[in-house]
Design a protein around this ligand. Sequence first.
Ligand code: DGL
Length: 271
Amino acid sequence: MVVDASRPIGMFDSGIGGLTVARATIDLLPHENLIYFGDTARCPYGPRPPEEVRKFALEIMDGLAHEDVKMLVIACNSASSWALEDAGARYDLPIVSVIHPGVRAAAAATRNGRVGLIGTLATVTSRSYDRALAEIRTDVEMFSQACPRFVEFVERGETSSDELVAVAEEYLAPLKAEGVDTLILGCTHYPLLSGVIQYVMGEHVVLVSSAKVTANEVYARLRAEGALNPSREPGEHRFIASSEEGISSELGRRFLGPEFGKVEHRPWDRF
Ligand code: DGL
């Protein structure tokens, strides 16, 4: 496919979690233009029924496609779990989701063949990670645990409290009991909780963050498509949120860093 390589990458999440993927992508590809959409008006996606998550994700991707993006990055595990297949059939664009890069990294990292997955209810009940793992390895077992309360902590900027440690201990106990040696952070909000998660799991457990491995995949796919932006100027980054309050600049800067600029307020299908 011949593309105008200066077109932006379109990326979205239900809220601010996908900013962890945006951060990793900007670090690797500082010359790329980026549109990031956080569906803050409808966050969280995790507890919603699959049909609703799928509908929301396709509405947003329609909006991004209308902006003439050169690639879609589904920086949300819940949306990837329920909308990736439909998106592949609907858009003539390269699509990167957070699932397959995370599964490949975990399969490469495990030493005892026992991998844990934590994510939202939407992600865990979809079994999307189990299917992706079965495609590449049948000798690795996966143990999944939904951690529905983690997203609330992150959305209010709470990443280290005693209450959070207590909740993490409860959620992670079954995975510790299974002896997993590798744990996929299967929600883009969770890298912000990696201090607490590593503390509870112990140092011997390898944490796989979907942020970094997804950014690597964005690079690899753009390269394969011949679509890396040749410009040497810093890329332009647009941040859009669907609710009036949007994303606070304090949390935006904490999740993304100094590049986090003004947030535009737009509906989910018109940017
Ligand atoms: N960040 C989203 C994910 O990766 C989930 C947050 C939510 O429940 O909306 O699944």
